[in-house]
Design a binder for this molecule. Structure first.
Ligand code: ADP
Ligand code: MG
Length: 352
């Protein structure tokens, strides 16, 4: 009850917006369920490029607003700063949901990973300066470790709140320039299993490149339903049984893999990897046995990095990318994994 009163009071004192308050800027993205623009407030022309982001969404926007409202109350640091969401039905077009966030920065992890300079470009962003240190595996490992820690931290926040994201991928992880950390975006496919708002499992929305083999989270418990949020009152017990959060862990494991192996960063090579792993019955050790003896430098480098410190990185990867959800680590357990015992990036800047 208190939670709802608080939510109501909080809502009452926050600014509310309508369509005409915004000036549209550059288009940032376009999916099948919405278009994303950089925008600024009409009465605040000082912010020339626009310090906000607007998503004009279809009917699925209702759930995305709900998820963002919940995140900003329960685990605000996990995701991009949500400002406001509303139903826009003033024009003749079909009604749209408008969602507003603070503009967090220019780069997603996908953008950063495409650069030849990855992961050093991320080191510069996080530390705010270029490091005058010799490049090498050890240093790259520490940068990647820092990124993984931030991703798991954000996921732990979501999962502790009862939200499974279901679309974790580098394109949905944004670097927040203000906090100098990675945050999660795009809660369009997310589901909240504790409170009972359970979306129709939109399997068709899931990105097959990053989806865990189980793919259809809870779909056996959830009858197909109309395209509105349905309260199904799923209990925490069911959460415990099915471990739906481990779906995101698998996706995060694939991101770890792509960061470690330059040869797996492109879409095509990831798709090929998925095929190979499936052929190995999702056994990463078996995959390694078939690949390592005949692999080129782009893959060998990944194995070398994961072998550092007694193979602790490989150990972590293995405990995230597993066929059975219950054998994968939780985000919280992941953060406690010895891979993260080594000091990360910030320690690196004091080493000079
Ligand atoms: P889609 O449903 O199109 O995937 P996203 O929510 O993932 O929508 O946003 C699309 C793109 O817009 C992202 O990949 C990112 O580049 C940009 N973007 C989204 N939210 C923000 C934000 N808060 N700050 C900066 N850029 C953002
Ligand atoms: Mg997206």
């Amino acid at each position: 009850f208190d939670m709802f009163v608080l939510a109501f009071v909080e809502r009452l004192f926050r600014p509310t917006y309508k369509k005409d308050d915004f000036v549209l800027g550059k288009k940032l993205g376009e999916g099948s369920f919405g278009v994303v623009y950089r925008v600024s407030l009409a009465n605040k022309p000082s912010s020339k490029e626009g310090d906000l982001v607007l998503k004009k969404a279809t009917e699925y926007g209702a759930v995305e607003i709900w998820m963002n409202e919940r995140v900003r109350r329960a685990c605000a640091n996990s995701c991009a700063d949500f400002v406001y969401g509303f139903l826009e039905s003033s024009s003749k077009k079909a009604a749209e949901y408008w969602l507003i966030w603070r503009f967090e920065g220019d780069s997603t992890l996908a953008d950063l990973m495409q650069s030849r300079d990855f992961p050093y470009n991320v080191e510069t962003l996080i530390l705010g300066e270029v490091q005058d240190l010799p490049k090498g595996l050890e240093r790259e490992n520490r940068i990647i470790q820092t990124i993984m820690r931030q991703i798991l931290f954000a996921l732990d926040g979501l999962h502790s709140t009862g939200i499974v994201h279901r679309d974790i991928k580098p394109q949905n992880i944004i670097f927040s320039e203000e906090s100098r950390t990675f945050k999660i975006i795009d809660l369009g496919a997310a589901t909240d299993l504790r409170v009972g708002i359970n979306y129709i499992p939109k399997e068709f929305l899931l990105d097959p490149r990053y989806a865990a083999p189980e793919q259809y989270i809870m779909s056996t418990q959830t009858p197909s339903a109309p395209s509105v949020p349905v309260a199904t009152a799923l209990s925490p017990v069911l959460w415990q049984l099915n471990l739906p959060d481990r779906f995101d862990i698998y996706s995060a494991g694939l991101i770890f893999l792509q960061m470690a192996f330059p040869g797996l960063r492109s879409d095509n090579s990831l798709i090929q990897f998925n095929r190979q792993l499936k052929r190995c019955d999702y056994d990463l050790v078996a995959w390694r046995k078939t690949i390592e003896p005949r692999c080129g430098p782009e893959l060998r480098k990944g194995f070398e990095m994961l072998n550092l410190d007694g193979g602790i990185g490989w150990e972590l990867l293995k405990s995230m990318v597993r066929y059975k959800a219950r054998q994968r680590l939780s985000a919280k357990a992941g953060l406690a994994h010895p891979y993260f015992d080594r000091e990360g990036l910030l320690a690196l800047s004091f080493m000079q």
